[in-house]
Design a protein around this ligand. Structure first.
Ligand code: GTR
Length: 337
């Protein structure tokens, strides 16, 4: 494997996608891979569990190949938002990308079942399902889009937060302008509750909350804390409507340049980074909760019944193929009785 030129964050910030796209195309036309240190993107900062998990994966790769392979994470969204970096990954401008499953919905419809509200009843249910054949099938479906699905990471439960007041029932959501990731499913979900969905990338949420462009959003404890969104939206209502996982993908272009042995090392190391990530996640969820509560955020539990009814009522709109229905049935079959 040849050592190539690694894109630097400084170069990328000037005109991120264009420069990256141009560089990748040039290297691809020369038949070179970018580097044996895989470039990885993440929207979260360096202390976030997903970033640390990919760092750990890099260490495993280095250990297992005598330093021949490794990974370098460009954290904090410095290479662009998830939709953009996914596109870049598909054409080989990035080797690895840790994204949420939601932006994959518009790329591969088989990712929709694991993003449906209330499809998972708990973190254990989500972990168990994704560790089994359902998880593997969805990862494999990404290959036809130029992405190798390597593993899932945790993302806890997502709930609504806003600047107006506690949400006790869907009635309280009428007319709220709520940010959602760019996924039709999330847009439909917020509409089903009577609120106004505003799709936008994560890095614009803090500013938009502070300026009153949006009233709120929905996310897990660590994202609410890490992006300091709670400062501008001090009401967190525990709807726990989504357990959408994170997904680590590799560019198929980068993958195809690996030897069969290195492919195995990559797959095994990615899987081995999952328990490491889950430990970090559990600790981070607890510490984020403490920070948020200490900051005086009003946190309330909700009766999930009316939310479940409205949000599961829109599932069928997004399940258009027998394979998707089959996945949903198999996910539900793994619920605790
Ligand atoms: C976070 C997730 C990010 C991103 C973000 C969002 O929980 O880790 O990958 O998807 O949510 O809402 O955009």
């Amino acid at each position: 494997m040849q050592r190539g030129v690694n894109p630097t964050p400084r170069l990328l910030s000037a005109s991120r996608r264009t420069v990256l796209a141009g560089g990748a195309a040039l290297l691809a036309s020369c038949g070179m891979r970018l580097s044996n240190v895989f470039t990885a993107a993440d929207t979260h900062p360096t202390d976030y569990p997903t970033v640390q998990a990919v760092d750990y994966l890099g260490q495993l790769l280095a250990e297992r190949t005598g330093g021949r392979l490794g990974a370098k994470v460009y954290a904090g969204g410095q290479l662009g938002n998830e939709r953009d970096t996914l596109e870049i990954t598909t054409f080989g401008g990035l080797d690895l990308n840790r994204v949420n499953a939601a932006p994959l919905n518009s790329i591969e419809p088989l990712t929709i079942p694991i993003c449906l509200p209330f499809v998972f009843g708990s973190v254990d249910h989500m972990r168990r399902t994704l560790d089994g054949d359902v998880g593997e099938e969805i990862l494999a479906s990404l290959t036809r889009h130029g992405l190798i699905g390597l593993c899932y990471y945790d993302s806890g439960a997502r709930s609504f937060y806003n600047s107006r007041g506690p949400i006790q029932s869907p009635e309280d959501m009428k007319g709220l302008k709520l940010r959602v990731p760019g996924s039709d499913l999330y847009i439909g979900m917020v509409r089903a509750l009577g609120a106004d969905p505003v799709p936008m990338p994560l890095d614009e949420v803090y500013q938009s909350l502070a300026q009153g462009v949006i009233d709120g959003a929905e996310n897990n404890w660590p994202s609410l804390e890490s992006g300091r969104h709670y400062e501008a939206a001090p009401f967190y209502s525990l709807t726990e409507h989504l357990f959408t996982p994170e997904v680590l993908v590799m560019s198929k272009i980068s993958w195809d340049k690996l030897s069969p042995e290195d492919k195995q090392v990559m797959r095994r190391s990615a899987k081995d980074s999952v328990p490491y990530m889950r430990n970090l996640w559990d600790a981070r969820e607890a510490s984020s909760r403490e920070v948020i509560l200490a900051a005086g955020v009003e946190v309330n539990t909700v009766d999930p019944a009316p939310f479940t009814e409205l949000m599961t009522g829109m599932w069928d709109e997004f399940l258009t193929t027998p394979q998707q229905h089959d996945l949903v049935e198999r996910i539900l079959a793994q619920r605790e009785s």
